[in-house]
Design a protein around this ligand. Structure first.
Ligand code: FAD
Length: 308
């Protein structure tokens, strides 16, 4: 298969046109850097003084640029730009029943505050995931909505990994050096699923988060006529070296009525889920812990209004 190959004094640039070509190069050059929008790598090189001798551009692989709706949700190729994703989400929200697209709606609203147009026009969905930043604005939503990542490596085939298990430690993901991220599958929501995403940054536009969160509950009407929590998933960014789930609060919410006691118990429990050491990088420990409580308060109110 044709491959654009540009050797240079500091780095060599490879741009394969097929998935097989990409996987072969990935296998051949384990030290090679896959690049799509270069909005992370560029920063690492300019400000982190990192050098990469080999780049493998994944921008032109059809499978990685593909988006598809199936019976369960939306599959988004890893090289799809954030601008294209936003457009598709907006279209699906307009065309489909409201209860199925609550995740897409939450993502679409949040992505207005993801960087700015210039970055969104070139930055990719996969670059954001593989970079594994603890303040990625999309990873909390994937983790709290049952999204699944598909990776592939030459000779080892395709693997599917739940988003909530993908982030291993600070900027480390469950992917081998010869593997690439192919796509992410974001499931449709069901009746009485409520999803929100929150971000707190210094500025509204073009700024990275101090803390962020993705939250989802599925409510059901119990026999006693009360709405109760059937499922709860909560992911928080900016409060640990990686995006984390809040397992204590998720357990606590199970089966609860959506009332003031639940709000208070949830806030108390999040303080247990979120432990930030006073020496932790980024500082603002009290503020970031308070953000977790504040996001939950906003989510509580959102669900309460929707149920009303
Ligand atoms: P690249 O820089 O091309 O790659 C990033 C990493 O992912 C590299 O390590 C690369 O090797 C790897 N990679 C890429 N694709 C694959 C693949 N298919 N398989 C395996 N590895 C792969 N992020 C936020 O979350 N929220 C923000 O608000 C935000 N604002 C920003 C503002 C500015 C001004 C800048 C410069 C960046 C901002 N970012 C933000 C971070 C960044 O833009 C995003 O994470 C973006 O989605 C990265 O995509 P990219 O295609 O540019 O990645």
């Amino acid at each position: 298969a044709p491959i654009l190959h540009l050797p240079g004094p500091y780095a060599t640039w490879h741009r394969p046109l097929t998935l097989n070509g990409l996987l072969t190069l990935r296998e051949q050059y384990p030290e090679g850097k896959i690049v799509v929008g270069n909005t992370e790598i560029g920063i690492e090189m300019k400000y982190g003084r990192k050098t990469y001798p080999i780049f493998i551009a994944a921008t032109h692989i059809p499978e990685l640029n593909h988006m598809e709706v199936d019976a369960d949700g939306l599959t988004v190729g890893a090289a799809v730009t954030l601008t294209r994703l936003m457009r598709t989400l907006k279209q699906l929200v307009a065309d489909m029943p409201k209860h199925q697209t609550r995740t897409f709606q939450a993502m679409g609203e949040q992505m207005k505050y993801f960087a700015g147009n210039q970055i969104r026009n070139t930055a990719s969905v996969g670059g954001n995931i593989c970079n594994a930043s603890p303040i990625s604005d999309l990873n909390p939503i994937y983790m709290s909505t049952g999204s699944v990542f598909t990776v592939q490596g030459e000779g080892t085939g395709v693997r599917k990994i739940a988003a909530k298990d993908f982030f291993v430690s600070y900027r480390k993901v469950d992917m081998q050096p010869h593997e690439v991220l192919l796509n992410v599958h974001i499931p449709f929501t069901k009746q009485h699923d409520f999803v929100r995403e929150y971000k707190q940054a210094h500025r509204r536009d073009d700024d990275i988060a101090i803390a962020n969160a993705g939250m989802r509950v599925r409510m059901e009407m119990a026999t006693d006529g009360e709405w109760k929590v059937a499922e709860a998933e909560m992911a928080l960014g900016g409060v640990a070296p990686k995006t984390i789930m809040a397992p204590l609060t998720m357990d606590l919410l199970q089966g609860r009525v959506w009332n003031k006691e639940t709000l208070h118990a949830g806030i108390a429990s999040l303080a247990q889920d979120v432990y930030i050491n006073s020496q932790s990088p980024g500082g603002m420990v009290e503020f970031r812990r308070a953000m977790a409580a504040s996001f939950f308060f906003r989510f509580f109110m959102h669900v309460a209004f929707e149920l009303d």
